[in-house]
Design a protein. Sequence first.
Length: 78
Amino acid sequence: QIAGRHSASAAQVMIAWTISKGAIPIIGVTSPRHVREACEALQIILNDEEIRILEETAEKEDIKTGRIWEKSLRQDAP
């Protein structure tokens, strides 16, 4: 739903989410289309509600958004 609101793919939304957390995503690209889509993702600005929904969904689905050695990227983390 969030991707649809931004006329973007799910991958582009996740790139935008990573950037919204102050991180630089490492993106694997294998075609010019991937490069183009990654560049388009830079234009996506997620609002606080969208970020909250993405993070709550990841938590419900037990999707890890960070590694043990990383500082938490969660919005509510200290």
